[in-house]
Design a protein around this ligand. Structure first.
Ligand code: FES
Length: 123
């Protein structure tokens, strides 16, 4: 199933967070829906740049974090808390770990006035 068909996928234009909510060189999660199958979005930031991915590791389809808003980051890579896969901020590709070569699913977003919104003109 594509992410866009997920029952909890937010509508285009839904506010996710402010850029300043994301720690620099860190991650921030925004979740929609309830339960283990909810729709979880991971935002990563480096200075004025940010990236938006589904918070779902391609290894076992688990969230990358064990605890709320706790993401392990090193050298512009986010590390899955389960089996230590390393994902680049800028393309979401796993550069080391059990799912090397696979990647996080990028999600569309729009930045306006310091705020980040889900979707773009194509969604
Ligand atoms: S679930 Fe992420 S590395 Fe295994």
């Amino acid at each position: 199933m594509s992410w866009i068909e997920h029952r909890d996928c937010p509508k285009t234009g839904t506010r996710l967070c402010a850029l300043s909510d994301i720690p620099d060189q860190g991650g921030f999660e925004v979740a929609f829906g309830k339960g283990d199958e909810n729709f979880r979005i991971l935002l990563l930031r480096q200075g004025d740049l940010y990236w938006t991915y589904r918070n779902q590791c391609p290894h076992f389809s688990l969230p990358l974090n064990f605890h709320p808003q706790t993401f392990v980051v090193m050298d512009s890579m986010v590390i899955c808390a389960h089996h230590t896969a390393f994902f680049s901020f800028d393309d979401g590709v796993c550069v080391d770990g059990p799912c090397a070569g696979a990647g996080l699913t990028p999600l569309p977003s729009t930045f306006f006035g310091g705020e980040i919104y889900f979707g773009n003109s194509e969604t």
